[in-house]
Design a protein around this ligand. Sequence first.
Ligand code: MN
Length: 248
Amino acid sequence: MRILVSNDDGVTAPGLMMLANELTAIAQVEVVAPDRNHSGASNSLTLHAPLRTRQLDNGYHCVEGTPTDCVHLALSGLLIDPVDIVISGINQGANLGDDILYSGTVAAAMEGRTLGLPALAVSLIGRENPQHYQTAAVIIRDLVLKLRKSFISAQTILNINVPDLPLDQIKGMQVTRLGVRHKAEPVIKAEDPRGRAMYWIGLPGAEADSSLGTDFHAVNQGYVSITPLHMDMTHHKISADLTTWLHS
Ligand code: MN
């Protein structure tokens, strides 16, 4: 089995190395990751500049581009041998609810899925300095062993969030739906040395729907959350009402 590992935190991120090292015990691993932190890059592709790559001493491919660039490039020309699965992470910080719209971690997995492969996105809860990457790495290794026997439905990305706990304190795994956040905190306004205004994007909003069944709820209770995602954003439930409204 050959696994492509990528991320959005950049090629030197601890979660990436932890994941790649753990998976090396059970599969051939190729790492293709951005040269710097691209968290929040979503599904952006670099279309107006070439993508330069270099291979580091540890064998990882480092790309001057976004997470989506990395997976696209890896699967469309950079890697010679075919890959069986794409795994993105382990991200430093949660990707829960609305986060997935902005997430470069989820985007890298989506690109793998778009190019026809099973894909996992993996995130460790904890914004500042999460400790237990090894917990997430072991959980993913075991999931990959299970996936090797059989993968669930095509066109599905698994968005996996792991509480920042030692492995023996994880209560189990739950299949969840995306929760909802309140709108983001306001931007922070500041001034540069020349007196010009500048802004920092604010923090994500607090939990708005973290009820039973959501990804928020699972991780808050000490469970690993696994949310199946697909890319059809059509709001099917409202199509009939929209047709009536349009023609009324
Ligand atoms: Mn990130």
